[in-house]
Design a protein around this ligand. Structure first.
Ligand SMILES: O=C(O)CCC(=O)C(=O)O
Length: 248
């Protein structure tokens, strides 16, 4: 009889990490991992202060479910500029420097996200490149809600040279500001968003300041409506035969 996947998001505690749960996630046997207090309160405060000084850009963007939503971002994400690669890379060079000097110099969290992912999958890591140009490593995002969708870059016809090498894709999010209510990330057991919408098993993860959540972005997922601001550090990574590749 086939094993039934345990559809839970496992909590991973920094001092005593649940290695069995990490192993289960790496072999696609649970919905996600939540690294509790990945950032400490003072680190979140430092990052929030830096972000408030840089200023969030708001725009109307595609919600991957046929709608348009108001999004807040700092740093380009590829999906927004999928039809204008040069604008994406132009902005990437600007924000790479801004992030390095104004956020990572204070709290160098990104290499830690890469290390956690590397340990989980026993693979090295790097930032993805397209024609010798580095992709953005992460973005800062205000996302009050998101309809059911999935993120699978190799299927999006992007023309990115590394895309065909990606065999699995993951989303990672660190919560910096959480709403008074709502804003849970709902991860469905189903991959197809239309099937998920008809009714499928799911798990809700309530956002908590400082936590890092990692899940397979190819599972249908959504963000439930938030009452209040919901701000994250976010990105994707993919598995290739040599290493994990990160991009946003
Ligand atoms: O912000 C989140 O919790 C998840 C957002 C999302 O849809 C994603 O990362 O693909």
């Amino acid at each position: 009889m086939a094993e039934v996947k345990k559809w839970v998001v496992e909590d991973i505690n920094r001092t005593a990490p649940n290695l069995a749960a990490i192993k289960r996630f790496s072999t696609d046997d649970c919905a996600g991992l939540r690294f509790e207090n990945f950032l400490q309160e003072y680190q979140v405060d430092l990052i929030l202060h830096a972000i408030s000084k840089i200023g969030i850009e708001y725009y109307e963007g595609d919600d991957k479910a046929g709608g348009v939503v108001r999004k807040g971002k700092l740093g380009p994400n590829f999906f927004r500029f999928k039809s204008d690669h040069s604008e994406y890379f132009r902005r990437a060079r600007i924000f790479e420097k801004v992030f390095e000097e104004r956020i990572l110099r204070l709290v160098n969290f990104f290499p830690r996200v890469q290390e956690v992912a590397s340990k989980t999958f026993s693979l090295g890591h790097g930032v993805a490149e397209h024609q010798d140009r580095r992709m953005m490593n992460f973005t800062v995002r205000v996302l009050p809600e998101a309809p059911i969708h999935r993120d699978w870059m190799p299927g999006e016809n992007t023309g990115l040279s590394f895309a065909p090498r990606v065999s699995e894709q993951f989303a990672w999010n660190i919560y910096l500001k959480t709403p008074k209510a709502g804003g849970q990330t709902r991860i469905y057991k189903e991959q197809d968003p239309a099937q998920a919408a008809k009714g499928s098993n799911y798990i809700d993860v309530a956002p908590r300041v400082g936590d890092l959540i990692i899940f397979r972005s190819t599972q249908a997922h959504s963000v439930l409506p938030s009452d209040g601001e919901r701000l994250t550090l976010s990105g994707f990574f993919g598995i290739t035969s040599e290493k994990l590749l990160f991009w946003a």
